[in-house]
Design a protein around this ligand. Structure first.
Ligand SMILES: Nc1ncnc2c1ncn2[C@@H]1O[C@H](COP(=O)(O)OP(=O)(O)OP(=O)(O)O)[C@@H](O)[C@H]1O
Ligand SMILES: [Mg+2]
Length: 387
């Protein structure tokens, strides 16, 4: 037998682990400070006249005339150029006046959509935040509730889960029964008309607090906690998007029960597909065991292909998924994309970029399907509001 001369077992004490955790947190804080400019918050993108025209579905040549006719923001001159740029707030004002998108009738409540899949890294959070932004650009008031202790959605919305978020600012006070609903936790963000209820690692405590409450209070409907907490927010927001963790935790089940619609991002990969099948199986078994939950109706359940690679395996798995999920596959394919990776390496989404950061073609190939997904979601909301 070979001897491992000179190699000794390097044990890690819990003290070492503490050091590791705090060094890692320091490094992350420095990286974040370097990336999220200007310190410490993110800034919203600006829009060209062409982008404004595109958002409103009009020709670029009409922008000047429409600005006068409707007394709309006329943009700021860019120094040394004839071109103008518009702020995000200006862009939204344009969309709301000129855009012909459906809007929520006054007597209707906002809708709740949960983004779920218990497989990790399938683009739940990227999709949640991207369509939240895209839907504000279609005139909606949107709230993102981060129900994942990793706080990735919180981070993408410009708030550092470990540095900027106190546990009192998350859903936890409501979960512990210290607040009657979730109104206290809504924060505005750097992005106009996009609010957030942030998360931090303290959300893990929900997985103990919820079952403990269920054990101690007979008849307590633990699966409806989020649904009840969200209810008063439905009049303030057109859309409430819930980002969930990669698990079928108590919080995820709550998010799924609170929702009017479910979106499941799923890469067309054999293992991801198998895992998604398991997810629906476990969820439906769970629901079978909850009184009344079986009566629940969703406006829609949609599976979106994410991180799609242009190869034979991906094409084959898509045929299996179509067979398995039928009309729940909405046909939108978000490609595996360097534009996605580049944006998230800067803690951004594609909508944070005023112009392509790299190849214009890669930017468009990634952004176009996200725009179509936002349009699809808006159509689903409009159908629901019409009922
Ligand atoms: N279309 C894409 N192409 C390439 N990479 C992508 C794409 N979408 C997301 N990613 C990358 O995949 C990683 C996981 O994305 P994201 O955090 O959105 O997934 P998630 O499902 O929310 O993960 P988790 O399960 O950990 O919550 C990120 O690094 C992100 O940049
Ligand atoms: Mg996530």
């Amino acid at each position: 037998m070979m001897e491992n001369q000179g190699v000794s077992l390097s044990q890690v004490s819990m003290h070492d682990l503490d050091d590791l955790a705090s060094t890692a947190a320091d490094v992350l804080a420095q990286v974040r400070d370097a990336m999220v400019e200007p310190h410490p918050r993110k800034v919203a993108p600006t829009f060209s006249s062409a982008a404004i025209a595109d958002l409103c579905g009009v020709d670029k040549t009409q922008v000047k005339y429409l600005a006068q006719k409707h007394n709309l923001p006329n943009g700021q001159k860019i120094e040394g150029s004839k071109a103008k740029e518009y702020s995000l707030e200006d862009a939204i004002a344009w969309v709301m006046t000129i855009g012909k998108r459906p809007s929520r009738p006054e007597d209707k409540s906002g809708k709740v959509i949960s983004v779920c899949n218990y497989k990790g890294g399938v683009a739940k959070t990227s999709t949640t935040v991207a369509i939240a932004q895209a839907l504000t650009l279609r005139g909606l008031k949107v709230l993102v509730i981060d129900c994942d202790g990793q706080g990735t959605a919180t981070q993408l919305i410009g708030i550092s889960p470990e540095q900027d978020v106190e546990i009192e600012q998350t859903i936890m006070p409501y979960i512990h029964g210290d607040e009657p609903d979730l109104r206290y936790a809504v924060q505005s963000s750097y992005w106009h008309n996009l609010s957030v209820i942030p998360a931090s690692s303290g959300l893990l405590a929900a997985e103990f607090a919820i079952p403990a409450k269920a054990m101690s209070q007979r008849g307590f409907r633990f699966w409806e906690m989020l649904k009840t907490g969200i209810a008063p927010l439905r009049k303030d927001f057109d859309l409430i998007l819930i980002d969930t963790s990669p698990s079928l935790s108590h919080l995820t089940v709550n998010a799924m029960i609170a929702a009017d619609g479910l979106l499941m991002p799923c890469p067309p990969d054999a293992l991801d597909f198998a895992s998604s099948v398991q997810f629906w199986g476990i969820f439906s078994e769970l629901v079978d065991g909850l009184p009344d939950a079986k009566e629940k109706r969703y406006d829609f359940i949609s599976i979106i292909y994410t991180k799609v690679q242009a190869n034979e395996i991906s094409r084959l798995v898509k045929t299996w998924m179509k067979q398995a999920y039928g009309t729940h596959i909405n046909g939108i394919e978000i490609p595996d994309s360097t534009a996605a990776r580049t944006a998230s390496a800067q803690l951004k989404t594609i909508y944070d970029l005023s112009k392509p950061d790299g190849s214009a073609e890669a930017y468009r190939r990634y952004k176009d399907p996200l725009d179509r997904l936002a349009d699809y979601v808006l159509d689903q909301l409009a159908l629901g509001w019409r009922q």
